[in-house]
Each structure stands twice: as C-alpha cells, then as structure tokens.
Design a protein around this ligand. Structure first.
Ligand code: FES
Length: 104
C-alpha cells in the first residue's frame, strides 16, 4: 500500500491510501475525492484531469499520444497536467502529489 496526496481546489491536502495497481482516478473515487472521470478510464473524456506536482512529473511514465490529444480538451491545462485514469500507482510513486485543476 502506498500513500498519495490530493490537493483540493480550496487548497485542502488529503493524504489517502493508494493501492498499487489502481489508477489515480480509481484512488480518488475510493476516497470520495471530487474527480469525475466520466468515461471511466477509456480515454474518451478529460474530466479526470489532474495537475501533477512538478516534483513528481518526471517520475511518471510519459503520456501517450491519445492521452495528450484528450488533455488538449481539458480546462486549466498546465505544464504537468495528466489524465488521472492513465497514472497507475506503483511503489515508486509512494507519496505522489496531484492537484485538482481549478475551474472544472
Ligand atoms: S476518465 Fe475519461 S479520460 Fe480519464
């Protein structure tokens, strides 16, 4: 079991248990974090958009072209924006910090 931290839109930090092998979207849903994920991880929406803490961004697997294309549709896009359903929790990501984007 790893931990990860969601920073909510009002700045509240929520540290939660993050099961290895689950996506950031699934982890958010397990803990009632307000991340939508309308297509449930099939890369057909951008409602699972999160902004990864820059300190962590390089440690994630690079986004696929499909993910990049979908991200282009997200509001409040930032340099380290990713789709939460495409980030899969690993031991190495223990302590991962992501921000919920503003204005969603
Ligand atoms: S849940 Fe739709 S792209 Fe991630």
């Amino acid at each position: 079991m790893a931990r990860m931290i969601f920073v909510e839109r009002d700045g509240t930090r929520r540290e939660v248990d993050a099961k290895i092998g689950l996506s950031v979207l699934e982890i958010a849903h397990e803990h009632d974090i307000d991340l939508e994920g309308a297509c449930e991880g099939s890369l057909a929406c951008a409602t699972c958009h999160v902004v990864v803490d820059p300190a962590w961004a390089d440690r994630l697997k690079e986004a696929t072209e499909d993910e990049e294309d979908m991200l282009d549709l997200a509001f409040g896009l930032e340099q380290t924006s990713r789709l939460g359903c495409q980030i899969v929790m690993t031991e190495e990501l223990d302590g991962l910090v992501v921000y919920l984007p503003k204005g969603n």
